[in-house]
Design a protein around this ligand. Structure first.
Ligand SMILES: [Zn+2]
Length: 340
């Protein structure tokens, strides 16, 4: 079978690898059909000094597929069932896992596609507890956005930032994969959405998605405009993932007592910040990484109710690096999916 492997920094190869072993009790074999690209793939592709991993490594951190066979006769899955997978190999035993806070697992065996072999291959064998059924009516291309993009945003907005109907939110990089999901999810509960984009061609697209105000951050100072739009009060929540380039201006956009939730640092990992502003204005800054498994069915249910992802491009698996290049140049609007 085929696997797309990172063989050196910035070099991917589609190679033949051995079939996975037959699924054991409590396991299922899945035929992968669609892989969603994420910034995490880009970090891995560029080479990360801190990432403990051995090359070659099969890439792909989120995917959707179909059940081929189950290792147990009493499995809850049948051949042909559409599924997505939770790609962090949690221990299922520590206090965090037992409390359903999987992304705080104390003994994770790694993130598939980043530390250990991922989903960009024809077939994979997984523990059933990490496999989630896809509801009827959701395509596998859309479902491939559920494990990372939808679950991450669901967790950031609702578990962490506790976004409420009627609040105002600033979504940074509204054209990105998670940015488009954040706009859609915030609008669905009746929030006012201000978003930033990196080009005029993305302004209309973000408005069509429901954003109330769209700012081209390359030509306008977003913090000034966001403050003006909120009558100098500031927004309730900022959705951050851009990092160093926008961090301090994102804080400037917050109202007193506002919440900033972040899951990324695309433009750089270090910033200098004003601590007096932090405590005097009583900001809450929340780091968010991945999501508990329970966020995935919540995201899939939203897709089934019509809240489908914005797909920028669908490419064949062999063109995965072309997709990464598109992510890297920030030309995307929505998600890039590789199909098998
Ligand atoms: Zn654990």
């Amino acid at each position: 079978m085929r696997a797309l492997q990172l063989v050196a920094d910035r070099r991917l190869e589609l190679v033949e690898v051995p079939e996975p072993p037959a699924p054991g009790p409590g396991q299922v074999e899945i035929a992968i059909k669609a892989v969603g690209l994420n910034h995490l793939d880009l970090w891995g592709f560029r080479g990360m000094a801190f990432a403990k991993r051995t090359l070659p490594l099969t890439v792909g951190v989120e995917a959707a597929g179909e059940i081929l066979r189950a290792g147990s006769v009493d499995s809850r899955f049948r051949p042909g069932d559409p599924v997505v997978m939770y790609g962090a190999l949690t221990c299922n035993a520590c206090p965090a896992c037992r409390a359903g806070r999987d992304n705080l697992c104390e003994n994770p065996a790694g993130v598939m596609g980043f530390h250990i072999d991922g989903f960009a291959r024809d077939r994979v064998v997984m523990d059933e507890r990490l496999v989630i059924p896809v509801p009827a009516g959701v395509s596998l291309v859309d479902a491939a956005c559920a494990p990372v993009a939808y679950a991450t945003v669901e967790h950031m907005l609702f578990d962490n930032a506790k976004l409420e109907p009627g609040e105002t939110i600033l979504v940074q990089a509204g054209g990105s994969g998670i940015g488009t999901v954040a706009i859609t999810m915030a609008k669905a509960i009746g929030c006012t959405v201000i978003t930033t984009v990196g080009g005029d061609e993305k302004v209309e697209k973000a408005k069509a998605l429901g954003a109330d105000h769209v700012i081209n951050y390359r030509t306008q100072r977003f913090a000034t405009i966001a403050r003006k739009l909120t009558g100098k009060q500031g927004v309730d929540v900022v959705f951050e993932h851009v990092g160093a380039e926008t961090w301090n201006d994102s804080l400037l956009c917050l109202k007193r007592g506002g919440r900033l939730v972040t899951c990324g640092s695309t433009s750089g990992v270090s910033v200098e910040m004003n601590l007096m502003q932090l405590f005097q204005r009583q900001f809450r800054i929340i780091g968010s990484f991945g999501a508990p498994l329970s966020a995935i069915p919540r995201g899939l249910a939203k897709m089934a109710s019509g809240m489908t992802p914005v797909i920028d491009t669908v490419v064949p698996l062999a063109d995965f690096s072309r997709g990464l290049a598109r992510l890297e140049t920030r030309r995307v609007f929505g998600k890039i999916i590789a199909t098998l």
